[in-house]
Design a protein around this ligand. Structure first.
Ligand code: PLP
Length: 355
């Protein structure tokens, strides 16, 4: 543990809190009053500051724009009934943040500095955390390269910023998903495990094509054979097959999701068997056909659980039971909400309290 992080705080003179409609929040569109910024140069992190949310000035020559040295994280903070504020498992995000940084030749941030930076900005804007059921504060830490240099080489300077967005419940109808067998999100040896900005730019075109074909989401398959399930959009693909939770292992090509890990731990708590193993498209279709696919969903911080309504593969659409009748994901959602909002014992130590 390093010493308390020295953060200069400049508060806004014009809060936008009063004019914000907290009953109609669209994910990622509303930003809080402040943001945290820090710089990296001469081999160290410095200038940690909380300033009013607003535009920043950078050179058009920064390599983040040209070569994609840029990545992000996504975390949520919750307001408890007694007014306490907690951030959900940010230590996991701190670890992943540094994995992404290393893959992109970018500087890491000590875990406790990362945690202190989140706590500080959340504390300043704690009035921005909606208290209504299903609401939370989405935290978006990110880092990008700031050297003005058009050579393809790691930058020597970087910016770290944390933004906050109040968000409402992520209601999603059961998704109509398509198994993608041409485009790929990541390949072995690539950077699929990193929350690297470029991964998302590359996924938009196939996602757009799927939307034009009438689907809500894609299920990515492996880059080599398109035989095995990888992820669902920007969420981890999870299934309940004949009473067992099954999900592909989060190795090289799959983002190691905090929600995925949380769901796995809850399954253990419930006494539900879990298998982290390859899931073939054939197995998925076969189990959907014979009624053994009890549940299928995308797991991620934004939605927690995004239920799959139907799966389209090889020219056929396979329908699943209605989400409200799926025992496992319903129980996960209920249990998780109770923990995150401070209404159930936090036996795993998942809530990082902001004092
Ligand atoms: C962020 C993300 C996830 C989900 O990770 P969480 O930590 O659960 O939010 C899964 N897959 C991809 C590709 C992601 O970007």
């Amino acid at each position: 543990m390093t010493d308390t992080l020295d953060i200069k705080i400049t508060k806004t003179s014009k809060s936008r809190l009063a004019e914000t409609d907290f009953s109609n929040l669209v994910f990622g569109r509303t930003f809080s009053d402040h943001m945290l910024v820090a710089d990296y140069s001469d081999g160290e992190w410095k200038n940690f500051e909380i300033v009013p949310y607003g535009e920043i000035t950078v050179s058009p020559g920064i390599s983040a724009l040209h070569y994609g040295q840029s990545f992000f994280e996504g975390i949520k903070a919750y307001k408890h009934a007694d007014g306490k504020v907690s951030i959900f498992r940010p230590d996991k995000n701190a670890q992943r943040f540094n994995k992404s940084a290393e893959r992109l030749c970018m500087p890491t941030i000590p875990e406790d500095v990362f945690l202190q930076s989140l706590a500080a900005i959340v504390d300043v804007d704690r009035d921005w955390i909606p208290g209504a059921p299903g609401h939370s504060l989405y935290i978006r830490p990110f880092m990008f390269a700031t050297d003005q240099y058009l050579g393809v080489a790691p930058s020597k300077t970087y910016k770290y910023i944390v933004l906050l967005c109040p968000v409402g419940p992520y209601f999603t109808k059961p998704l109509r998903v398509k198994i993608e067998t041409h485009y790929t999100r990541s390949a072995e040896g690539g950077m699929g495990f990193a929350k690297s900005s470029g991964n998302y730019g590359g996924s938009m075109f196939p996602a757009k094509k799927a939307t034009e074909e009438g689907f809500d989401q894609l299920i990515w398959t492996d880059a080599k054979e398109h035989k095995y399930i990888e992820e669902m959009g920007a969420a981890n693909a999870m299934f309940v097959i004949d009473g067992t939770v099954v999900t592909p292992p989060a190795l090289d090509t799959i983002l190691d999701g905090v929600t995925r890990d949380t769901v796995i731990q809850l399954a253990h708590d419930f006494g539900v068997p879990v298998e982290e193993r390859k899931v073939s498209v054939d197995e998925l279709i076969e189990t959907a056909r014979n009624g053994k696919l009890n549940d299928a969903f995308g797991a991620g911080t934004a939605a927690t659980i995004a239920p799959v309504g139907s799966i389209f593969a090889n020219g056929e659409e396979y329908f699943l039971t209605a989400p409200e009748n799926r025992e496992f994901s319903q129980k996960v959602l209920k249990t998780l909400d109770a923990i995150r909002y401070g209404n159930a014992p936090d036996t795993h130590g998942w809530n990082y309290l902001v004092s």
